[in-house]
Structure formats: C-alpha cells, structure tokens
Design a protein around this ligand. Structure first.
Ligand code: CTP
Length: 396
C-alpha cells in the first residue's frame, strides 16, 4: 500500500475528530492522506492538527490563489487513488448527489474521476429522512460507495443508525476500496435470476413478482471480484451489471436449457423464482370467452427443477451449487429440507414474512451440511457482497 494515497474530505460534525485517528491509522498502513476541511469541519478540527498528522498541507478554500498555483482543485481531486468523505454530512451528500459545487470540497467531488467513498454521520432522523435516503440512493447509482452508519446512542442523545463507523472498520473499507479483491478471477459462475413466464396462449402467461434485484446484485458482486459471470435471466425491468454475459430466457424449460448450455462452471447459483407449474398445453390462438357460467379450468404440468437438475448433473456438476429459499415460516426446517431434496451444497434462506420483499434491506441465513451462518441485516447489495465473499472462500 506504500504508493497509495487518498483525498480525505472532512465535513462538519462531532465525529470529525475520528478522522484524525483515521489519518494516523491509514498512515501506519502506508496510505497517505491529503485533506480538505470544509468550513463547518474547522469548527471541530483545525488545519494545523490535520497537517501535523498527515504531514501535508491541509486545503480549505476554493479561491486561494496560492493553493491554486501549487495544486488546483482539479488536480487535487485526481492525483489520488480514492476520494473519502469522512464524516459525510447530509449537506455534502446533498450537494454531491445534485451536482452542486460552491466550495472546495463539493467542487473536488464534482471534478474527480476517482472512486468516492462516503462515511455518513448524522442524527438518526436526518439519516432516515427521505431526502437524505434519496441522495444516498443517487450517489450509489452514480457508482459511489456509501457506507451504512453504525447504530447506537448519538451525541445528541437519540438512539438509532447515524453514528460514524469505528475507525477500524473505516480503515478496512478504505483499504478494500484501494485494493479490490479479485479472488474470483478465472472462475466461471452461472447464476439464474428473475421470474419465469409460462405461456397460456399468444397473449397471456403465468408468472410471479420476482424483480431479479437480489440475483442481479449477486452477479455484480461476483463480477467485482473478477469472476466470469453468466447471468441467465427471466424477464425483468432492471439493467444487467457491467461485464456479465446476459442470457435472456422466458420459460423454466428455456432456463434449464440455458443453464446446462452454460456449463462447465465452478459454481451455479439458482436465485430465479422459477414457476413451479406451466399450463399443460399452450394454445396457438388466443383463448376466447365461452360466455357460460361453468368455472374455467386449466390443467398444469410441473416444470423441471433446474437446481435439482444441475445439482445432480451426471458429467458437469459445478463444485459449488447454491439454491435460495424465501420462506414465511419455519425457515430452518424448510431450508434443511430443500438442501437434502435438491442435492445442492448451500441453501441461502430468508424470512419474507416481514418487509423484505420489494424493500431495501435483507438478512439471510446460509445453510450447508456443516451448519448455519446468519448475516447481519444489510442493504441487498451488501448482502450480495456477503454471499460473494463466502463463495470466493469456498472456491479458493
Ligand atoms: N428452483 C428451480 N427450479 C424450480 C423451482 C425452484 O431451480 N422449478 C430453485 C430456485 O431457484 C431456488 C430453489 O430451487 O434456488 C428453491 O426454490 P423454492 O421455490 O423456494 O422451492 P420449491 O422447490 O419450489 O419448494 P416450495 O415452493 O414448496 O417452497
């Protein structure tokens, strides 16, 4: 890490003092910090203490002619490996999410072409305010890393999420962002996602509400670790992650054929919400109302179980086969049952009796033959990272 450097933007907040310890800790890991202090931050820490710790000049003003001739704000924002905003106030995230630039910190954020990592810290009500959450979402959609704040008693006496994470975690996240883990390079992973669509006639079908979001997030996390990812997807309205090979399918039978065609693979992950049944026959012409009072009946045929088929593949079974299970009750019992029935190596189960479906957050339990491990409650993309880390370990 000895040749890495960050541009650290410290914004106003009681947690600003922790950034001083962060500068020291990063320095011990060989990472240099060049620092911008906003006006509000200077109420909490001084440019002198920052310079003493970083060993570098501390930048504060946008239109300082001396600074601009030494190092302009554009160069400041680009001659670095990573931009870190810590603590990140609601104000700076609001500016960055909306492209505003009226001081050195916000101008540097707009001018940078580097990855930006925000470590938010603010009052719990501010953090939970829809406007702040909207800005966080925008920043993430723009490619920034926004850490989840810690939960606990705040300086203002209230309790909840909003605290700046501990310096040890901040350091770990920064080191990770500086040296991305490519431990899945050279591994081929096949993943199914989204719903399947089973035709009734040329204009009708049966399907389900799966959005494909969790599966797409897992594909993105695996790709970020360097895996060659084949994403076999039913019809969804979200864009595929960069760099993955997308195979679009509609029916369960097409999904099975595409999954088998994508082998050999090191791992197969079945996240798709495969329709269990399809209409026993598909009409070539649109079915018409009969106008009678008799109930309309339809015969269904069972769809192939894709996960089971890949788990029991005679010649090309991947080293690691993973299924998912969304359950509303008796999570452990059903997950263990599926593990045995499908012949896969892991079942990742979640309890969907609460607000998980369509929501931002999720928590899962990973069941394997050797036991169960529960994740913390996190955003769906962090859950995807949590799963990808375990896959990387299992395939190493
Ligand atoms: N699955 C599959 N093919 C099917 C049905 C399910 O590959 N025809 C996979 C899913 O992608 C998931 C796992 O099997 O990884 C469990 O799916 P789930 O719908 O929870 O289980 P089912 O076997 O359908 O059991 P049940 O609906 O009774 O819970």
């Amino acid at each position: 890490m000895s040749d890495r450097s960050i541009l650290l933007i410290i914004t106003g907040g009681v947690a600003a003092f922790k950034s001083l310890e962060l500068i020291r800790e990063l320095g011990r890991a060989g990472v240099k910090s060049r620092v911008i202090l906003t006006k509000a931050a200077q109420e909490f820490v001084t440019p002198l203490s920052v310079s003493a710790l970083s060993g570098e000049k501390c930048f504060t003003e946008l239109f300082d002619l001396n600074d601009e001739s030494e190092m302009g704000h554009i160069e400041l924002s680009r001659s670095t490996d990573l931009v870190v905003v810590c603590p990140a106030s609601a104000d700076i995230m609001g500016k960055a999410a909306n492209g505003l630039a009226n001081d050195l910190a916000s101008t540097a954020l707009l001018a940078t072409d580097k990855q930006v990592l925000y470590a938010p810290a603010m009052n719990v009500r501010m953090w939970q305010h829809p406007a702040v959450q909207r800005n966080v979402e925008t920043l993430r959609a723009d490619g920034a890393i926004v850490l989840e704040p810690d939960e606990g008693v705040m300086a203002c006496g209230e309790f909840g999420p909003g605290r700046l994470p501990e310096v040890s975690r901040l350091k770990e996240e920064i080191l990770f962002a500086l040296a991305p883990d490519k431990s899945l390079a050279g591994k081929h992973i096949v993943i199914t996602a989204g719903p399947t669509r089973e035709p009734i006639d040329p204009v009708r079908y049966i399907s389900n509400h799966s959005s494909g979001r969790q599966g797409y997030a897992i594909a993105a996390s695996l790709r970020a670790k360097g895996a060659d990812v084949t994403l076999i997807s039913g019809p969804v309205s979200i864009a595929p992650p960069d760099g993955v090979e997308l195979v679009k399918v509609e029916t369960a039978r097409e999904m099975l054929a595409a999954s088998e065609a994508a082998l050999p693979a090191n791992a197969f992950i079945s996240v798709a919400a495969v329709a269990d049944w399809r209409p026993a026959s598909e009409s070539d012409t649109k079915l018409k109302l009969k106008g009678g009072e008799e109930p309309v009946t339809m015969a269904f045929a069972e769809n192939p179980d894709i996960l089971k088929a890949i788990s029991n593949h005679a010649s090309q079974r991947p080293d690691l086969v993973i299924g998912f299970a969304a359950e509303t009750h008796e999570l452990h019992k059903h997950a263990q049952g599926k593990l045995a029935r499908k012949g896969c190596d892991w079942i990742i189960a979640n309890d969907v009796s609460g607000d998980v479906m369509g929501g931002e957050n999720n928590e899962v339990t990973l069941f394997s033959k050797s036991g169960a491990e529960a994740s913390p409650r996190m955003t769906k993309s962090r859950i995807a990272d949590w799963i990808a880390e375990r896959i990387a370990k299992a395939l190493s």
